[in-house]
Ligand binder design. Structure first.
Ligand code: ADP
Length: 530
C-alpha cells in the first residue's frame, strides 16, 4: 500500500491528474470521485462545501499553484487513500512568499496592537466556528481520532485567542538614568519576517502556537507545514484571510522541504526561524541560520520519563501514564517514552496498566469510540518494529501487543513491554508510537539519574503523593516541563519548551511573545536644553 511517506516528500510528483484548465474546485471534486471511498468522499465534500479544502499554496494573499505545476499527494493514513494533491513548491515560490511577507510587514507592524488583536480574535472565532470541519480535516490527513482532532482545534485556536490578548501587553521600560540630563527607554519591536516550519503530529496547533504570537507582535510569516498534513494549514490560512489578516501577512508554501528551508535560511529578510520537528532537522536549521544570524526557536524531540513512585496513587498514575503515553497513538514529543516504576509498585502497576491499555479501541479515527488511530506512515511502523526487536533481543518481555494490528495498514497494537533497560533503543530514542516500555528502579536518586541520562530535556512526569519529593524531583529533573500527578500539561497559558538538545525558546504564555520581539534601548540626551 502506498503511503505518504518521508521519501515521497522530497521528490514532488509531476503527475497532474486532472486537466489544469478546469476551475480549481472542480478539479478537486473530480479527484474525489475517482480516488476515494464513498465514506471519505462524503467527509471530503462537506469540507469542500465549507470552502476550507485548499490545495494551492498561499503567497501574498493569492492561492497559487507550484510554478512548474508539480503536485504531491496527501494520503489518509488510516486507509492509504489519496485525499488531495497539493502544490509542490520550492525555492522560487518561497522567495516570493518571503517578499510578500516583507511587504506586508511594513503595514502590519504599524497597525495598533488593538487592531491586530481584533483580527486575531476574529481568526480565533472563525477557527472555533469551523471546529468540526477542521477536526475532520485533521483526522483525514493525520489519522488521530475525531474527538482528539476536535480537541486539537480547540487547543490550537486557544493560542490565537491568548495572543490576541497579549498583543496589547507588549510593554517597554523606562530606566532611571545615570546622568541627570538623560532619559533611558526600552522599546519592544517585532522581529520582522518569520519562517515557521511545522510537523505533522499537530497539523493546526503547531502552527497557531507560532503564528499567533508572531502576528500579535507585528511580525509576518511564511509557514511551511509538513507535506504529510498541509490541508489543515491551508484551511487555517483561508480563515486568517477571512478574519481580515491582510494578504502577505500569512503565507503558506509546502513541497520540497530542504529547498524551502534553504530559501528561508538564505534570505536576509527572514529574521527568525521557528521550528518544531526532529532534532536532526532542527540542528541543520540552527546551523543554517548562522549565515544571516537569524533568531531561532526550536522545539525538538524528547525522551520523556514518566516516574511512578511507590507512594503514588495507583489510579492517578495509571490514568496519567495512559494519557501521557497513548495520546495521538504515542506520536507527540511530550509522550512518555520511558515509564520508570519503583520496585515496590512495579508488578501492581504493570498489571493495572495492562488492563487499562487493553481497553484502548484501535481503528479509523472517524469510527465511534476509537481512541487509537493509525501511525502516520509505514516508516513510523518500521521504526516501532525495529525498537521492539532490539528490546526483545536484549531481554525485554512483551506484556501486551507487540505487533501490527489486525486492521493492517499503519495500525499498531497498543503495547507494553517490561524489563527494559537503559541500553535499549526504546530508552535511548523517541519511539513515537504506542509502545510503553517499563523500567524498574529502586531509589529516588536512581530514578533521577535514569531520567536525566539522555540528551533530551522536554517533558517529564512524576507520580507521587509525597510533597517534599514532588519539589525535590521537579527541581532535579533536567527538563523544560514537569507534570506532577498529571499526564496532559500543555496549555496556551504556560510556557512550553525544552532544554538540552530538546530545543531553544518557549511557546505559549507571556514568554512566547519574547521570541518574536527585539529589545531596543533609546537614550535621550541633552534634556536640560529649553
Ligand atoms: P518528523 O520526523 O516529525 O517528520 P521532521 O523534522 O522531518 O520531523 O519534519 C518537521 C518539519 O521539518 C516538516 O515540515 C518537514 O517537511 C520539515 N523539514 C524536513 N527537512 C527539512 C529541511 N532540510 N529544511 C527545512 N525543513 C525541513
Amino acid at each position: 500500500m502506498s503511503l505518504g511517506g518521508v521519501g515521497r516528500i522530497a521528490i514532488c510528483g509531476y503527475r497532474r491528474i486532472l486537466a489544469s484548465h478546469l476551475p480549481h474546485v472542480q478539479r478537486i471534486t473530480l479527484q474525489f470521485s475517482r480516488q476515494m471511498s464513498t465514506e471519505m468522499q462524503s467527509v471530503a465534500s462537506r469540507l469542500q462545501s465549507s470552502g476550507l479544502l485548499r490545495t494551492q499554496g498561499l503567497i501574498g494573499g493569492k492561492w497559487t499553484n507550484a510554478y512548474d505545476g508539480k503536485t504531491l499527494e496527501v494520503n489518509n493514513p488510516a486507509t492509504g487513500e489519496i485525499i488531495a494533491e497539493v502544490a509542490c513548491m520550492g525555492r522560487k515560490e518561497t522567495n516570493d512568499a518571503i517578499s510578500s511577507a516583507f511587504d506586508a510587514y511594513k503595514s502590519w507592524s504599524k497597525l495598533t496592537a488593538a487592531e491586530r488583536s481584533k483580527r486575531l480574535r476574529k481568526w480565533y472565532d472563525l477557527l472555533m466556528a469551523h471546529q468540526e470541519e477542521l477536526g475532520q480535516l485533521i483526522t483525514l490527513e493525520q489519522g488521530k481520532p475525531l474527538k482528539e482532532a476536535m480537541g486539537e482545534v480547540g487547543y490550537g485556536a486557544s493560542f490565537i485567542e491568548f495572543f490576541a490578548e497579549e498583543a496589547k501587553r507588549v510593554y517597554g521600560d523606562i530606566i532611571p538614568p545615570t546622568l541627570p540630563d538623560r532619559r533611558l527607554f526600552v522599546l519592544k519591536q517585532p522581529v520582522g519576517v518569520v519562517g515557521a516550519i511545522t510537523p505533522w503530529n499537530f497539523p493546526l496547533a503547531m502552527i497557531t502556537r507560532k503564528v499567533g504570537p508572531a502576528l500579535a507582535c507585528g511580525c509576518t510569516v511564511v509557514i511551511k507545514p509538513s507535506e504529510l498534513t498541509p490541508l489543515t494549514a491551508l484551511a487555517a490560512a483561508e480563515l486568517a484571510l477571512q478574519a481580515g489578516i491582510p494578504p502577505g501577512a500569512v503565507n503558506v508554501v509546502m513541497g520540497n522541504a530542504p529547498d524551502i528551508g534553504d530559501a528561508l535560511l538564505a534570505s536576509p529578510q527572514v529574521r527568525k526561524i521557528t521550528f518544531t520537528g526532529s532534532t536532526a532537522v532542527g540542528k541543520k536549521l540552527m546551523a543554517g541560520a548562522a549565515g544571516t544570524v537569524k533568531r531561532v526557536s526550536l522545539e525538538l524531540g524528547g525522551n520523556a520519563p514518566c516516574i511512578v513512585f511507590d507512594d503514588a496513587d495507583l489510579d492517578v498514575a495509571i490514568k496519567g501514564t495512559l494519557a501521557a503515553k497513548f495520546r495521538n497513538s504515542g506520536q507527540t514529543c511530550v509522550c512518555a517514552n520511558r515509564v520508570l516504576v519503583q520496585e515496590g509498585i512495579y508488578d501492581k502497576f504493570a498489571d493495572a496498566f495492562s488492563k487499562a491499555v487493553q481497553n484502548l479501541k484501535v481503528g479509523d479515527g472517524f469510527r465511534e469510540g476509537v481512541v487509537q488511530g493509525p501511525l502516520i506512515n509505514e516508516a513510523a511502523v518500521n521504526k516501532v518494529e525495529t525498537f521492539l526487536q532490539d528490546a526483545v533481543s536484549k531481554g525485554a518481555k512483551v506484556l501486551l501487543g507487540g505487533k501490527r494490528h489486525s486492521l493492517g495498514m499503519t495500525f499498531y497494537e497498543p503495547t507494553i513491554i517490561s524489563d527494559v533497560n537503559s541500553e535499549m533503543l526504546l530508552s535511548r530514542e523517541e519511539v513515537f508510537g504506542p509502545v510503553a516500555p517499563l523500567l524498574r528502579f529502586k531509589t529516588e536518586e536512581e530514578a533521577i539519574h535514569m531520567a536525566n541520562d539522555t540528551n533530551a530535556g522536554l517533558a517529564a512526569y512524576i507520580f507521587t503523593n509525597n510533597v517534599q519529593r514532588t519539589w525535590r524531583v521537579s527541581e532535579a529533573l533536567e527538563y523544560g516541563l514537569v507534570g506532577v500527578n498529571e499526564g496532559i500539561i500543555s496549555t496556551e497559558v504556560a510556557p512550553f519548551g525544552g532544554i538540552k538538545q530538546s530545543g531553544l525558546g518557549r511557546e505559549g504564555s507571556k514568554y512566547g511573545m519574547d521570541e518574536y520581539l527585539e529589545i531596543k534601548y533609546v537614550c535621550l540626551g541633552d534634556m536640560n536644553r529649553n
